[in-house]
Design a protein around this ligand. Sequence first.
Ligand code: KG4
Ligand code: ZN
Length: 342
Amino acid sequence: MSPVISPVAGPAAGDLVLGIETSCDDTAVALVDADGVVVASAVASQAEIHARYGGVYPEVASRAHVDKILPTVRMVLEDSDIAPSELRAIGVTRGPGLIGSLMVGIDTATGLGQGWGVPVVGVNHLRGHLRSADLEERRVRFPATILLVSGGHTLLARMTGPGDIRLMGGTADDSVGEAYDKVARMLGLGYPGGPVVDRLAATGTASIPFPRPVIDRGLAFSFSGLKSAVSRYLAREPDAPHADVAASFVAACMDVLMVKCRRALAANPSESLVIVGGVAASKQLREAAATLCADTGTELCLPPLRWSTDNGAMIALAAWDYLEVGHCAPLRPQTSLSIEDF
Ligand code: KG4
Ligand code: ZN
């Protein structure tokens, strides 16, 4: 799990923010300017470590962050040839996430900030995901409907301007990403399961009528019943083709997500539908959303694939928003935060 560096653009002139993300199982660092141009980015993924256990072990994750964070920061700075004193600020995820993992990021950012004489801004990870849609180029037009689909969250929100976010609906239990990961585990597909389930689903037929939980109920989500239905089906039909199980599960997820997005758009006419979070990397979701947006005359805003899953660039771009309004969130790890929180 050595950090993978991905230079995206040559060093930009002017101010840069260093973004640090350690809320879960990726140690991610990036340098981003105020326009969302990513000067350098590196991610030390822990996927290999957690694959052995089939999920993220919090203590193992924190220790891996401790090992990787300074080399990853160093790599980004060296790659971009930027002196730390040139930084406008360090943006670091303050929550939501795993407490030990968050603490490693926050403590490291605080120490570096003090040593370099650079301010440190605590950033809400969910606001980071939101801003991922504007990395590399401005895409989001307001008012916007937001669908955030990650390993930890599934929610719909409305934005009438850059800082004005209102939560419209969340999940009562599992997130959609969690359901993907758990179904992947049931199918023996390893961790993280989302990308594998998504690819496998594309090769199967959605022939199994899995439930569409709370599809008729407003803008709320629930995915644990769907996950349990897949588990019961596999217990009953152990020889069922896995590709068909994956395709049927994904079809149920897509139906629920798209019905809710359509309902949110009907209730709140929007210039853009913004889909962010790890599951926004799903090819099936991207296709379903493109169809919905063509149908409703809404602009679809998706982050480039590399910025859909957790990364430091989205945290850096969100930190620019905090600097602009002068918002200073406490530098203490928060295991849960709403998308409305700074
Ligand atoms: O946003 P993210 O990187 O981390 C959290 O904030 O949780 O999202 C991770 C989630 C995982 O559940 C992973 O399985 C899912 O995103 N994911 C995908 C894909 N890539 C990642 N799900 C479906 N299709 C993908 N291609
Ligand atoms: Zn995330």
